[in-house]
Design a protein around this ligand. Sequence first.
Ligand SMILES: Nc1ncnc2c1ncn2[C@@H]1O[C@H](COP(=O)(O)OP(=O)(O)O)[C@@H](O)[C@H]1O
Ligand SMILES: CC(C)(COP(=O)(O)O)[C@@H](O)C(=O)NCCC(=O)O
Ligand SMILES: [K+]
Length: 241
Amino acid sequence: MIVAIDAGNSRIKWGIWADGGWGGMGALETADAAGLVAVASGWPADARIAVCNVAGEGVAAALRAALGARADAARWLRPGLRQCGVESRYLPPERLGADRWAALIGARARVSSACLVVCAGTATTIDVLDADGVFQGGLIVPGVDLMRRSLAGATALLPYADGEFADLPRCTQDAIASGCLHAQAGAVERLYRQLPAGSPCLLSGGSAPALAAHLALPVRRIDNLVLEGLARFAVTEGATA
Ligand SMILES: Nc1ncnc2c1ncn2[C@@H]1O[C@H](COP(=O)(O)OP(=O)(O)O)[C@@H](O)[C@H]1O
Ligand SMILES: CC(C)(COP(=O)(O)O)[C@@H](O)C(=O)NCCC(=O)O
Ligand SMILES: [K+]
């Protein structure tokens, strides 16, 4: 049994992997990381724990506190040159976000062809994995919600408000909502051009539902690709330990 934990900048997600599937999943706001203590008390005591964290040292400390005596045995995913069938061309490899590395590992476990790996969270990351499992590079773009917030925060006249998506928006709210989605979809579609025609685009993350409808690509929605990669990592680590 494995508990996989993905600490992102907005939310901390976890899943309990048993018998080849997810036995339970949950999430809390990263700002409420102290609440992990209560959550962790419900995790199976004998589970192997796999973690990736891109939310900083304070969150790492909250995770260690929540894991208590189990913290030392937990496996923290550290991006490197090669792991679980994925090879990295990132420079330096260890600077890659651990969540991106986990998503690439999860993607490779599902797909043996080239693919585009998109994680739409606080940031949207758009990463290219080739048919040999080599991570060739990728983009970091402000996420859908962060784009909208940044417009509201840096201008006098733009609100942080919901709008409708339109091809030709005719009001401020729709112009913002549509602009942010067009920008994300455009970045994804542009990077996709570097892949062989017909390659799948694996799409995950909290903002995936908002983005999916606007991508003119063969999209495969995956609820928690990062957690899948972490489970894979934990299984492989266990096998080689
Ligand atoms: N239930 C939800 N409905 C719509 N959007 C959501 C929901 N939950 C999260 N989000 C959006 O998803 C983003 C967070 O996604 P997530 O993949 O958890 O990010 P991160 O890994 O950066 O913490 C936030 O920007 C938020 O706006
Ligand atoms: C790009 C990210 C901010 C994405 O974080 P998230 O949106 O999942 O919270 C994170 O993967 C990160 O901090 N990466 C380190 C830098 C890099 O990947 O190059
Ligand atoms: K992300």
